[in-house]
Structures are given as structure tokens and as C-alpha cells.
Design a protein around this ligand. Structure first.
Ligand SMILES: Nc1ncnc2c1ncn2[C@@H]1O[C@H](COP(=O)(O)OP(=O)(O)OP(=O)(O)O)[C@@H](O)[C@H]1O
Length: 243
């Protein structure tokens, strides 16, 4: 698994990014964030704040109209998703993130598109890391449980040995137990050396496992701090726990 990081300390810097979908629509109105080697960083905020849009803009699926995205010292703002992937961005979308009619093994295989010669070796590494995938390698992805599917989606994101993994609401729709297990898998992955940037609806649980967090409101940065400090903050608790 590749490690990110730069001599000057920044793996990813997002600076004043403006982005949207329609000709006139601005969803992100000047968002900034950074992530350093070794970190788990969470982006939280109310529905419609632009969290997924920010992640997609970093992945190169939505283009930035203003601002800059610097990855490992390289300005990747003008690059599309493939260019960003080549620079080490792995992106796990929230929905439709596995091919249901294909087996687990086939899902892994087609995800290793950047380095076909390494597909077998990386699949075996992932089977060793996630024995559930090994036992289900010939099962169709649509037969997996929600939590198993998310592990597969994450493993697919790892097939190109990214320097940074972006996760869009990885625990969406999971039972509390499955969500807890997925958070444990995310922490283990990070401890193995992979920086992670995630968007989460389970805001407090995500902050508790994060080095730092950002609160996004209406397409702008609202708050920023260490994960545990934000999780303990009365204003954040009121916003996300409703009391
Ligand atoms: N493909 C799209 N085309 C047009 N508008 C979109 C598109 N995707 C998202 N939007 C709009 O952009 C805004 C921000 O959406 P986004 O999904 O980034 O928010 P979010 O903070 O991730 O919200 P949620 O927590 O509800 O997923 C919303 O108003 C949404 O309707």
C-alpha cells in the first residue's frame, strides 16, 4: 500500500474550491481543506451542504471552477478522474459502488486497471486482509450483505494502491453493528499507513476515529478541529444529536 506525504508536510491541499453542476449553480462556494500523511479526516455537515460534491471534486469527477487542488505537491486541478487516480487518489462512491452481476473476484480484477500485472498479487493481499472476501470470491457481489459490499467497494478502491483513499458515506444504510465493524476496518487500514478522507452521516462516530474533521455548511467551511474535540463540542453535538 503506497504511503503519501511530502517533505513540506501536505499530502492533499484543497484551496478555495468553487464547483457545481449546472451552468449557474455553485454548490461549493470556496472550500478548503488539507490532509497530511497518516491522517483520517472526516467531512461532516447537514444534508445538501456539498460534502459529496467536495469529495467528487477532489476525485476529479466534478471540475473546480475556481481554486486549486494540490496532491503530493502537484497541481492536479485541471486533471480528470483518471489523471487523479494515476496521482494516487482512490475513490469509493456512496452508491452503485460494486458490480452486482459480477463475482467478488471479478470486481477486484476490473478495479486494478492501472496495473494489470499486479492484479493477482493485490487480490491475494486483499483476500488475506479481508478473509470474508476470500471465502466469497466466487459469489456474485449482489449476494453480499450491506457491510460485506462496503468492504468489497473499499477493497476495489485499494486495487490501484492509492496514496489517499476517499470514502463517501461508507456506513450509509448499514446496521449499527455493521457500521461499527466498518469503522474498525477503516481504522485498521489507516494504521497500516493509508491516509483516509471520508464523508459521513454518522458524524460523531466518524469524528471519534478521525485525527481531524471539517464541518461544511452551505458549500463553505464552517468549523475545523481535531476529531475528538469536535465530537465533544456542545454545538456539534446539538447539531448532530439534536440535543
Ligand atoms: N448530479 C447533480 N446535479 C445537480 N445537482 C446536484 C447533483 N448532485 C448533487 N447536487 C446538488 O448539490 C447539493 C449538494 O449535494 P451533495 O450531495 O454534495 O451534498 P451532501 O452534503 O453530500 O448531502 P447529503 O448529506 O444529503 O448526501 C444538493 O443541493 C444537491 O441537490
Amino acid at each position: 500500500m503506497a504511503n503519501g506525504g511530502l517533505a513540506n508536510g501536505g499530502l492533499l491541499a484543497v484551496d478555495g474550491v468553487v464547483a457545481g453542476y449546472g451552468a449557474a449553480e455553485q454548490i461549493l462556494k470556496g472550500c478548503s481543506l488539507r490532509i497530511e500523511a497518516g491522517e483520517i479526516v472526516s467531512i461532516i455537515g447537514p444534508n445538501g451542504a456539498g460534502k459529496s460534491t467536495l469529495l467528487k471534486t477532489i476525485a476529479g469527477l466534478v471540475s473546480a471552477r475556481e481554486g486549486a487542488i494540490i496532491l503530493n505537491g502537484a497541481d492536479v486541478t485541471g486533471q480528470g478522474a483518471l489523471g487523479r487516480a494515476k496521482h494516487g487518489i482512490g475513490f469509493v462512491p456512496q452508491e452503485r459502488n460494486v458490480f452486482g452481476a459480477m463475482t467478488v473476484a471479478e470486481n477486484l480484477e476490473i478495479s486494478g486497471f492501472q496495473d494489470p500485472g499486479k492484479v493477482r498479487e493485490r487480490s491475494e493481499e486483499l483476500y488475506a486482509r479481508y478473509p470474508m472476501l476470500a471465502s466469497k470470491r466466487r459469489a456474485l457481489a449482489r449476494t453480499l450483505s450491506g457491510g460485506q459490499r462496503q468492504i468489497l467497494a473499499m477493497a476495489m478502491g485499494l486495487m490501484n494502491a492509492p496514496a489517499l483513499l476517499l470514502l463517501d458515506e461508507p456506513t450509509a444504510g448499514l446496521s449499527p453493528r455493521a457500521a461499527e465493524e466498518l469503522f474498525e476496518a477503516i481504522v485498521a487500514l489507516n494504521k497500516a499507513g493509508l491516509p483516509i478522507l471520508m464523508v459521513e452521516q454518522h458524524a460523531l462516530e466518524a469524528l471519534e476515529i478521525s485525527t481531524r474533521g471539517y464541518v461544511l455548511v452551505s458549500g463553505r467551511n464552517s468549523r475545523e478541529g481535531s476529531g475528538p474535540a469536535l465530537a465533544a463540542d456542545p454545538e456539534i453535538r446539538r447539531l448532530f444529536l439534536g440535543g
